[in-house]
Design a protein around this ligand. Structure first.
Ligand code: AMP
Length: 398
Protein backbone atom coordinates (compact mmCIF):
# COMPACT_ATOMS: atom_id res chain seq x y z
CA UNK A 1 0.00 0.00 0.00
CA UNK A 2 1.06 3.59 -0.58
CA UNK A 3 0.39 5.88 2.34
CA UNK A 4 0.56 9.67 2.17
CA UNK A 5 1.59 11.05 5.57
CA UNK A 6 0.66 14.70 6.15
CA UNK A 7 1.81 17.07 8.88
CA UNK A 8 -0.05 20.33 8.50
CA UNK A 9 0.83 23.53 10.35
CA UNK A 10 -0.59 27.02 10.06
CA UNK A 11 1.59 28.04 7.13
CA UNK A 12 3.31 24.78 6.13
CA UNK A 13 2.52 21.25 5.04
CA UNK A 14 5.11 18.45 5.27
CA UNK A 15 4.49 15.17 3.51
CA UNK A 16 5.99 11.74 2.91
CA UNK A 17 4.74 9.02 0.59
CA UNK A 18 5.58 5.67 2.17
CA UNK A 19 5.39 2.15 0.77
CA UNK A 20 3.89 0.23 3.67
CA UNK A 21 5.25 -3.14 2.54
CA UNK A 22 8.91 -2.12 2.35
CA UNK A 23 8.48 0.85 4.73
CA UNK A 24 10.59 2.87 2.27
CA UNK A 25 9.99 6.57 1.62
CA UNK A 26 8.99 6.98 -2.05
CA UNK A 27 8.99 10.79 -2.01
CA UNK A 28 8.86 13.58 0.51
CA UNK A 29 8.60 17.32 0.67
CA UNK A 30 7.35 20.50 2.20
CA UNK A 31 5.03 23.35 1.21
CA UNK A 32 6.08 26.51 3.00
CA UNK A 33 4.62 29.98 3.40
CA UNK A 34 1.08 28.81 2.62
CA UNK A 35 -1.18 31.88 2.55
CA UNK A 36 1.88 34.16 2.62
CA UNK A 37 3.76 35.76 -0.23
CA UNK A 38 6.69 33.69 -1.56
CA UNK A 39 5.19 30.23 -1.05
CA UNK A 40 7.02 27.24 -2.50
CA UNK A 41 6.93 23.47 -2.72
CA UNK A 42 10.10 21.54 -2.05
CA UNK A 43 9.77 18.04 -3.49
CA UNK A 44 12.25 15.17 -3.36
CA UNK A 45 11.51 11.82 -5.01
CA UNK A 46 13.74 9.13 -3.47
CA UNK A 47 16.75 8.64 -5.73
CA UNK A 48 15.83 11.73 -7.73
CA UNK A 49 16.71 15.37 -7.58
CA UNK A 50 15.28 17.82 -5.10
CA UNK A 51 13.05 20.41 -6.78
CA UNK A 52 11.92 23.78 -5.55
CA UNK A 53 8.71 24.97 -7.19
CA UNK A 54 7.71 28.55 -6.45
CA UNK A 55 3.98 28.93 -6.82
CA UNK A 56 1.35 30.96 -4.98
CA UNK A 57 -0.56 28.86 -2.42
CA UNK A 58 -3.49 30.82 -1.12
CA UNK A 59 -4.59 27.96 1.11
CA UNK A 60 -3.88 24.36 2.15
CA UNK A 61 -6.18 22.95 -0.53
CA UNK A 62 -3.95 24.51 -3.15
CA UNK A 63 -0.89 23.10 -1.33
CA UNK A 64 -2.34 19.56 -1.30
CA UNK A 65 -3.23 19.83 -5.00
CA UNK A 66 0.35 20.91 -5.80
CA UNK A 67 1.70 17.94 -3.81
CA UNK A 68 -0.58 15.62 -5.82
CA UNK A 69 0.61 17.25 -9.08
CA UNK A 70 4.24 16.72 -8.07
CA UNK A 71 3.66 13.08 -7.07
CA UNK A 72 1.86 12.33 -10.37
CA UNK A 73 4.05 14.46 -12.67
CA UNK A 74 4.87 12.54 -15.89
CA UNK A 75 8.60 13.18 -15.65
CA UNK A 76 9.54 13.53 -12.02
CA UNK A 77 6.50 12.00 -10.32
CA UNK A 78 6.42 8.64 -8.52
CA UNK A 79 2.77 7.71 -9.14
CA UNK A 80 0.95 7.10 -12.42
CA UNK A 81 -2.31 8.32 -10.92
CA UNK A 82 -3.81 9.64 -7.71
CA UNK A 83 -5.71 6.36 -7.26
CA UNK A 84 -2.42 4.71 -6.26
CA UNK A 85 -2.62 6.45 -2.88
CA UNK A 86 -4.37 3.92 -0.66
CA UNK A 87 -4.76 6.02 2.48
CA UNK A 88 -3.74 9.30 4.09
CA UNK A 89 -2.36 9.54 7.63
CA UNK A 90 -2.50 12.90 9.42
CA UNK A 91 -0.29 13.97 12.29
CA UNK A 92 -2.68 15.62 14.75
CA UNK A 93 -1.46 17.56 17.75
CA UNK A 94 -4.19 17.49 20.38
CA UNK A 95 -6.80 14.83 20.94
CA UNK A 96 -7.60 15.94 24.50
CA UNK A 97 -9.13 13.14 26.56
CA UNK A 98 -11.29 12.05 23.65
CA UNK A 99 -8.64 10.12 21.78
CA UNK A 100 -6.49 7.50 23.50
CA UNK A 101 -5.49 6.01 20.16
CA UNK A 102 -5.41 6.78 16.46
CA UNK A 103 -8.68 6.84 14.58
CA UNK A 104 -10.19 6.79 11.11
CA UNK A 105 -11.46 10.27 10.32
CA UNK A 106 -15.16 10.93 9.72
CA UNK A 107 -17.42 13.93 10.39
CA UNK A 108 -17.94 12.87 14.02
CA UNK A 109 -14.20 12.70 14.59
CA UNK A 110 -13.71 16.10 12.94
CA UNK A 111 -16.30 17.55 15.35
CA UNK A 112 -14.50 15.94 18.32
CA UNK A 113 -11.10 17.31 17.20
CA UNK A 114 -12.70 20.75 16.77
CA UNK A 115 -13.83 20.55 20.41
CA UNK A 116 -10.14 20.22 21.38
CA UNK A 117 -9.20 23.45 19.54
CA UNK A 118 -9.11 25.43 22.79
CA UNK A 119 -6.31 23.18 24.03
CA UNK A 120 -4.11 23.73 20.95
CA UNK A 121 -5.36 26.93 19.30
CA UNK A 122 -2.41 27.20 16.91
CA UNK A 123 -2.11 23.57 15.87
CA UNK A 124 -5.51 21.86 15.81
CA UNK A 125 -7.23 24.31 13.40
CA UNK A 126 -4.27 23.93 11.01
CA UNK A 127 -4.47 20.12 11.27
CA UNK A 128 -8.19 20.29 10.49
CA UNK A 129 -7.59 22.45 7.42
CA UNK A 130 -5.22 19.73 6.14
CA UNK A 131 -7.86 17.04 6.71
CA UNK A 132 -10.54 19.07 4.89
CA UNK A 133 -8.22 19.78 1.95
CA UNK A 134 -7.37 16.07 1.55
CA UNK A 135 -11.02 15.05 1.88
CA UNK A 136 -12.02 17.43 -0.88
CA UNK A 137 -9.29 16.35 -3.27
CA UNK A 138 -9.33 12.62 -2.40
CA UNK A 139 -12.94 11.98 -1.23
CA UNK A 140 -12.75 8.20 -1.57
CA UNK A 141 -9.39 7.67 0.13
CA UNK A 142 -9.57 6.63 3.81
CA UNK A 143 -7.90 9.06 6.19
CA UNK A 144 -6.52 8.36 9.64
CA UNK A 145 -5.60 10.74 12.44
CA UNK A 146 -2.63 9.98 14.71
CA UNK A 147 -2.51 12.18 17.81
CA UNK A 148 0.59 13.50 19.56
CA UNK A 149 -1.27 13.20 22.85
CA UNK A 150 -2.80 9.71 22.47
CA UNK A 151 0.10 7.57 23.76
CA UNK A 152 0.11 9.53 27.03
CA UNK A 153 -3.57 8.90 27.79
CA UNK A 154 -2.59 5.86 29.89
CA UNK A 155 -1.04 8.13 32.56
CA UNK A 156 -2.62 7.63 35.99
CA UNK A 157 -4.51 10.49 37.61
CA UNK A 158 -1.67 11.16 40.08
CA UNK A 159 0.64 11.87 37.11
CA UNK A 160 -1.71 14.00 35.03
CA UNK A 161 -3.35 16.19 37.67
CA UNK A 162 -1.89 19.55 38.68
CA UNK A 163 -2.01 20.80 42.27
CA UNK A 164 -4.70 23.39 41.52
CA UNK A 165 -8.41 23.34 42.44
CA UNK A 166 -9.92 20.17 41.01
CA UNK A 167 -12.87 22.16 39.65
CA UNK A 168 -10.54 23.55 36.93
CA UNK A 169 -9.92 20.03 35.72
CA UNK A 170 -13.65 19.35 35.76
CA UNK A 171 -14.59 22.64 34.09
CA UNK A 172 -11.77 23.13 31.59
CA UNK A 173 -9.96 19.77 31.49
CA UNK A 174 -6.74 21.44 32.70
CA UNK A 175 -4.32 18.53 33.16
CA UNK A 176 -1.11 17.08 31.79
CA UNK A 177 -1.62 15.74 28.26
CA UNK A 178 1.94 15.38 26.95
CA UNK A 179 3.13 15.59 23.34
CA UNK A 180 5.53 13.79 20.93
CA UNK A 181 3.50 10.65 21.79
CA UNK A 182 4.06 9.04 18.38
CA UNK A 183 7.82 9.38 18.88
CA UNK A 184 7.81 8.13 22.49
CA UNK A 185 5.72 5.14 21.47
CA UNK A 186 7.83 4.30 18.39
CA UNK A 187 11.18 4.69 20.15
CA UNK A 188 10.29 2.73 23.29
CA UNK A 189 8.83 -0.18 21.28
CA UNK A 190 11.82 -0.15 18.92
CA UNK A 191 14.27 -0.24 21.85
CA UNK A 192 12.65 -3.42 23.16
CA UNK A 193 12.73 -4.93 19.65
CA UNK A 194 16.44 -4.08 19.17
CA UNK A 195 17.29 -5.58 22.58
CA UNK A 196 15.24 -8.70 21.77
CA UNK A 197 13.17 -8.22 24.94
CA UNK A 198 9.42 -8.12 25.55
CA UNK A 199 8.12 -4.53 25.52
CA UNK A 200 5.66 -5.45 28.25
CA UNK A 201 8.50 -6.51 30.60
CA UNK A 202 10.53 -3.28 30.46
CA UNK A 203 10.76 0.06 32.24
CA UNK A 204 11.91 2.56 29.61
CA UNK A 205 12.65 6.29 29.76
CA UNK A 206 12.61 8.10 26.41
CA UNK A 207 14.38 11.47 26.07
CA UNK A 208 13.02 13.09 22.89
CA UNK A 209 15.43 16.00 22.51
CA UNK A 210 14.65 18.09 19.44
CA UNK A 211 13.65 21.72 18.96
CA UNK A 212 10.81 20.80 21.27
CA UNK A 213 11.85 18.31 23.93
CA UNK A 214 10.13 15.93 26.30
CA UNK A 215 10.85 12.89 28.46
CA UNK A 216 8.46 10.03 29.09
CA UNK A 217 8.31 7.04 31.41
CA UNK A 218 7.04 3.89 29.70
CA UNK A 219 6.31 0.99 32.04
CA UNK A 220 5.29 -2.39 30.62
CA UNK A 221 4.49 -0.81 27.24
CA UNK A 222 2.33 2.02 28.65
CA UNK A 223 3.15 5.65 29.27
CA UNK A 224 2.95 6.46 33.00
CA UNK A 225 4.33 10.01 32.97
CA UNK A 226 5.68 12.66 30.62
CA UNK A 227 7.25 16.09 30.98
CA UNK A 228 5.12 18.26 28.68
CA UNK A 229 1.81 19.30 30.16
CA UNK A 230 -1.36 21.10 29.15
CA UNK A 231 0.83 22.69 26.48
CA UNK A 232 4.27 21.91 25.04
CA UNK A 233 5.83 24.65 27.23
CA UNK A 234 6.27 22.54 30.36
CA UNK A 235 9.16 20.29 31.30
CA UNK A 236 12.62 20.37 29.80
CA UNK A 237 14.52 23.48 28.80
CA UNK A 238 14.16 23.56 24.99
CA UNK A 239 15.59 25.48 22.02
CA UNK A 240 13.60 28.64 22.74
CA UNK A 241 11.06 27.45 25.36
CA UNK A 242 11.67 27.80 29.08
CA UNK A 243 10.23 24.49 30.26
CA UNK A 244 9.42 24.39 34.02
CA UNK A 245 9.57 27.67 35.88
CA UNK A 246 8.07 28.98 39.10
CA UNK A 247 4.64 30.21 37.87
CA UNK A 248 5.06 33.35 40.01
CA UNK A 249 7.85 34.49 37.65
CA UNK A 250 5.19 35.44 35.09
CA UNK A 251 3.59 38.05 37.35
CA UNK A 252 6.97 39.19 38.72
CA UNK A 253 8.37 39.81 35.23
CA UNK A 254 5.17 41.45 33.99
CA UNK A 255 5.46 44.02 36.83
CA UNK A 256 9.19 44.59 36.52
CA UNK A 257 9.27 44.91 32.73
CA UNK A 258 5.87 46.57 32.35
CA UNK A 259 4.68 43.89 29.96
CA UNK A 260 1.40 42.05 29.41
CA UNK A 261 0.86 38.34 30.12
CA UNK A 262 0.83 37.71 26.35
CA UNK A 263 4.22 39.39 26.00
CA UNK A 264 5.71 37.37 28.86
CA UNK A 265 4.30 34.17 27.33
CA UNK A 266 6.01 35.10 24.05
CA UNK A 267 9.30 35.47 25.96
CA UNK A 268 8.81 32.03 27.56
CA UNK A 269 8.00 30.40 24.21
CA UNK A 270 10.34 32.19 21.81
CA UNK A 271 13.19 33.87 23.68
CA UNK A 272 13.95 31.45 26.49
CA UNK A 273 15.43 27.94 26.55
CA UNK A 274 19.07 27.56 25.51
CA UNK A 275 18.69 30.60 23.24
CA UNK A 276 17.91 32.86 26.20
CA UNK A 277 20.25 31.10 28.62
CA UNK A 278 23.18 31.47 26.22
CA UNK A 279 22.52 35.22 25.80
CA UNK A 280 21.38 34.55 22.23
CA UNK A 281 24.35 32.43 21.09
CA UNK A 282 21.86 30.06 19.44
CA UNK A 283 18.95 27.68 19.90
CA UNK A 284 20.82 25.19 17.71
CA UNK A 285 23.00 22.64 19.51
CA UNK A 286 25.55 22.59 16.69
CA UNK A 287 26.37 26.21 17.54
CA UNK A 288 26.31 25.51 21.27
CA UNK A 289 28.72 22.57 20.85
CA UNK A 290 31.06 24.82 18.84
CA UNK A 291 30.80 27.42 21.60
CA UNK A 292 31.52 24.79 24.23
CA UNK A 293 34.62 23.60 22.35
CA UNK A 294 35.84 27.22 22.14
CA UNK A 295 35.31 27.74 25.87
CA UNK A 296 32.42 30.20 25.41
CA UNK A 297 30.91 30.70 28.90
CA UNK A 298 27.44 31.43 27.45
CA UNK A 299 27.32 28.16 25.52
CA UNK A 300 28.70 26.18 28.48
CA UNK A 301 26.05 27.62 30.83
CA UNK A 302 23.23 26.79 28.42
CA UNK A 303 24.44 23.25 27.74
CA UNK A 304 25.07 22.36 31.38
CA UNK A 305 21.72 23.75 32.55
CA UNK A 306 19.91 21.94 29.73
CA UNK A 307 21.53 18.57 30.51
CA UNK A 308 21.02 18.91 34.26
CA UNK A 309 17.27 19.33 33.67
CA UNK A 310 17.15 16.22 31.46
CA UNK A 311 18.99 14.22 34.15
CA UNK A 312 16.60 15.50 36.83
CA UNK A 313 13.61 14.27 34.81
CA UNK A 314 15.26 10.90 34.25
CA UNK A 315 15.70 10.64 38.04
CA UNK A 316 12.09 11.50 38.73
CA UNK A 317 10.90 8.88 36.24
CA UNK A 318 13.12 6.24 37.81
CA UNK A 319 11.15 7.06 40.97
CA UNK A 320 7.82 7.01 39.09
CA UNK A 321 8.52 3.48 37.78
CA UNK A 322 10.49 2.27 40.82
CA UNK A 323 13.43 1.49 38.52
CA UNK A 324 14.52 1.65 34.91
CA UNK A 325 15.93 -0.89 32.43
CA UNK A 326 16.55 1.26 29.36
CA UNK A 327 17.08 4.98 28.72
CA UNK A 328 16.68 6.10 25.07
CA UNK A 329 17.86 9.28 23.37
CA UNK A 330 16.13 10.41 20.20
CA UNK A 331 15.30 13.39 17.88
CA UNK A 332 17.72 16.01 16.45
CA UNK A 333 19.77 16.57 19.61
CA UNK A 334 19.26 13.16 21.23
CA UNK A 335 20.45 11.40 18.05
CA UNK A 336 23.28 13.74 17.05
CA UNK A 337 24.88 15.27 20.13
CA UNK A 338 27.24 12.87 21.96
CA UNK A 339 28.27 15.73 24.24
CA UNK A 340 24.70 16.13 25.51
CA UNK A 341 24.39 12.37 26.12
CA UNK A 342 27.71 12.47 28.01
CA UNK A 343 26.63 15.35 30.25
CA UNK A 344 23.27 13.73 31.02
CA UNK A 345 24.85 10.36 31.77
CA UNK A 346 27.43 11.95 34.08
CA UNK A 347 24.50 12.39 36.49
CA UNK A 348 23.42 8.73 36.19
CA UNK A 349 26.22 6.91 38.02
CA UNK A 350 23.70 5.77 40.65
CA UNK A 351 22.00 3.72 37.92
CA UNK A 352 25.29 1.99 37.11
CA UNK A 353 25.43 3.68 33.69
CA UNK A 354 28.77 3.11 31.94
CA UNK A 355 28.98 4.72 28.50
CA UNK A 356 30.88 3.12 25.63
CA UNK A 357 32.41 6.22 24.02
CA UNK A 358 32.99 4.60 20.64
CA UNK A 359 29.32 3.66 20.36
CA UNK A 360 28.31 7.08 21.71
CA UNK A 361 30.01 8.72 18.73
CA UNK A 362 28.24 6.64 16.06
CA UNK A 363 25.34 8.13 14.09
CA UNK A 364 22.13 7.02 12.45
CA UNK A 365 21.88 3.57 14.03
CA UNK A 366 19.63 1.93 16.61
CA UNK A 367 22.41 1.26 19.08
CA UNK A 368 23.22 0.67 22.75
CA UNK A 369 25.83 3.21 23.86
CA UNK A 370 26.62 1.56 27.20
CA UNK A 371 29.13 -1.22 27.89
CA UNK A 372 27.85 -4.79 28.39
CA UNK A 373 28.63 -4.36 32.12
CA UNK A 374 26.46 -1.25 32.47
CA UNK A 375 23.61 -1.94 34.95
CA UNK A 376 21.21 0.24 32.95
CA UNK A 377 21.23 0.21 29.14
CA UNK A 378 21.36 3.58 27.39
CA UNK A 379 20.45 3.61 23.68
CA UNK A 380 20.20 5.94 20.72
CA UNK A 381 17.09 5.15 18.65
CA UNK A 382 16.47 7.49 15.70
CA UNK A 383 12.81 8.43 15.78
CA UNK A 384 10.57 8.01 12.75
CA UNK A 385 7.20 9.64 13.37
CA UNK A 386 6.14 9.44 9.71
CA UNK A 387 6.70 5.69 9.61
CA UNK A 388 4.79 5.28 12.87
CA UNK A 389 1.89 7.29 11.38
CA UNK A 390 1.98 5.22 8.18
CA UNK A 391 1.85 1.98 10.22
CA UNK A 392 -1.11 3.23 12.24
CA UNK A 393 -2.86 4.32 9.04
CA UNK A 394 -2.43 0.87 7.51
CA UNK A 395 -3.69 -0.78 10.71
CA UNK A 396 -6.86 1.36 10.61
CA UNK A 397 -7.50 1.59 6.88
CA UNK A 398 -7.07 -2.05 5.87
P1 AMP B 1 14.31 18.14 15.61
O1 AMP B 1 13.29 19.07 16.21
O2 AMP B 1 14.19 16.75 16.14
O3 AMP B 1 14.38 18.20 14.11
O4 AMP B 1 15.74 18.67 16.13
C1 AMP B 1 16.30 19.86 15.64
C2 AMP B 1 17.50 20.25 16.50
O5 AMP B 1 18.46 19.17 16.53
C3 AMP B 1 18.30 21.43 15.92
O6 AMP B 1 17.77 22.65 16.31
C4 AMP B 1 19.65 21.19 16.54
O7 AMP B 1 19.71 21.84 17.81
C5 AMP B 1 19.75 19.72 16.76
N1 AMP B 1 20.72 19.07 15.85
C6 AMP B 1 20.51 18.67 14.57
N2 AMP B 1 21.65 18.14 14.06
C7 AMP B 1 22.59 18.21 15.04
C8 AMP B 1 23.98 17.82 15.13
N3 AMP B 1 24.60 17.26 14.11
N4 AMP B 1 24.62 18.07 16.30
C9 AMP B 1 23.97 18.63 17.34
N5 AMP B 1 22.68 19.01 17.31
C10 AMP B 1 22.00 18.81 16.18
Amino acid sequence: MKILVINCGRSFLKFQLIDSETEAVIAKGLCERIGIEGSKLIYTPTGGEKQEIEEPMEDHKKAVSLVIDALTDKETGVLTSLSEINAVGHRLVHGGEKFASSTLINEEVIAAITECNDLAPLHNPANLIGIRACKELMPDVPQAGVFDTAFHQTMPEEAYLYGIPYEYYEKYRIRRYGFHGTSHSYVSARAAEVLGKKYEDLKIIVCHLGNGASVSAVKNGKCVDTSMGLTPLEGLIMGTRSGDIDPAIIEFLAHKEGRSIDEIMAVLNKKSGVLGLSENVSSDFRDLEDGYNNGDANAIRALKTYCYRVAKYVGSYVAAMNGVDVICFTAGIGENAPLVRNFVCEHLGYLGVELDQEANHKRGEDIAITTPESRTTVMVIPTNEELAIARETVRLAV
